[in-house]
Design a binder for this molecule. Structure first.
Ligand code: SAM
Length: 344
């Protein structure tokens, strides 16, 4: 009788514990690289379970370090696991895991910020954007200083359907500082509602799936950690270029405690500010006295759609940056000041 898939599932053979690996290869966490390791395999199993069903999946793990999450992924019966690690000290320990899981673990010594994952997996895994997500998952516990810029880069990739999303709607499960996880998933009106909430939620279904107390890491970070799951949406909630949405959202949230018209005004040169802000809000049918955190994704959709039309009508508008105007005004005031003191 053929073995059932459950019975034939792959399990790693007995190995030294992660703590022993750390000792064996002298993998002291480097504070300047914000390295905090997960040593409890029950916890890494839980993170991996929360990522979804990984049977026969192709998984891209970012920043495997001493390999706790890596082991749990390998035990989830994946087809292949590709890990990208920047710190060469971890490569021999990962090599030991690769020997224990023949043909399953591919190790790259590199930087996730520049690694081209779109060429790494078989092209046959590609799915149409409207189809179910491909059987490719991204999983990682990276330093917070890397995970936040990386998610912004990947959200732009979602919008352009390139990078990891050249395969289709690739799912991601990533850790963040708990407050960042709360911002990513905050609802309209929520205390943590921010630029990140809108940027993530207009492109993805975003779920805060787990909170891990700081004490679960070695060494213990100052903060707790949130695990967030992202599934790109078949239809983005705002159908405009990423950079345009980013500009509108950034301008609104730069004055997060003021009425939204204050930040929106900064989209326009000073001479036309009042008139154009009024026009934008009126055409988008948005109440100027709403605070940034009270704006829903559909409010942002209307604002972006109208702003896009205004940019199409005035080719210089999109390039306008109020900070440049401030600098110019400051310089010309300084010049005036110099002239006056010279005349005196
Ligand atoms: N994932 C491991 C765990 O949970 O125990 C290690 C976590 S530690 C917070 C982050 C890991 O990401 C470290 O191994 C670090 O060297 C690696 N890392 C940091 N920046 C990276 C980058 N730009 N590219 C690849 N790896 C990176």
């Amino acid at each position: 009788m053929a073995a059932s898939p459950a019975l034939s599932a792959f399990r790693l053979p007995p190995l030294p514990t992660i703590r022993e690996i750390i000792k064996l290869f002298k993998l002291r966490a480097l504070k300047q690289l914000s390295q905090n390791f997960l040593l409890d395999l029950r916890l890494t199993d839980k993170i991996v379970r929360k990522a979804g069903n990984l049977t026969n999946a192709y998984v891209y793990e970012v920043g495997p370090g001493p390999g706790g999450i890596t082991r749990s992924i390998l035990n989830a019966n994946v087809a292949e696991l590709l890990v990208v690690e920047k710190d060469s000290r971890f490569i021999p320990g990962l090599q030991m895991l690769s020997d224990a899981a023949p043909g399953k673990l591919r190790i790259v010594h590199g930087d996730v910020l520049t690694y081209k994952i779109e060429r790494a997996f078989p092209q046959s895994l590609k799915k149409k954007w409207e189809d179910d997500p491909p059987n490719i998952h991204i999983i990682g516990n990276l330093p917070f200083s890397v995970s936040t810029p990386l998610i912004i880069k990947w959200l732009e990739n979602v919008s352009c359907r390139d990078g990891p999303f050249a395969y289709g709607r690739t799912q991601m499960t990533l850790t963040f500082q708990k407050e960042v996880a709360e911002r990513l998933t905050a609802n309209t009106g929520g205390k943590q509602r921010s630029r990140l909430s809108v940027m993530a939620q207009y492109l993805c279904n975003v779920q805060h799936i787990l909170t891990i107390p700081g004490r679960a890491f070695v060494p213990k970070p100052e903060v707790d950690v949130g695990v967030v799951h992202f599934t790109p949406l078949t239809q983005p909630r705002i159908d405009q270029p990423f950079k345009l949405v980013e500009k509108v959202v950034q301008n609104v949230f730069q004055f997060r405690r003021k009425y939204c018209h204050r930040g929106l005004g900064m989209l326009f040169p000073e001479v036309q500010r009042l008139e154009n802000t009024g026009k934008l809000l009126e055409l988008a049918d948005v109440d100027p006295t709403l605070r940034p955190c009270q704006l829903s994704v559909s409010h942002f959709k209307s604002l972006c759609d109208v702003y896009r039309k205004m940019c199409d009508a005035d080719p210089h508008l999109f390039a306008y940056n109020f900070r440049d105007e401030l600098q110019r005004n400051k310089r010309s005031k300084q010049k005036e000041g110099n002239k006056e003191s010279f005349t005196l």
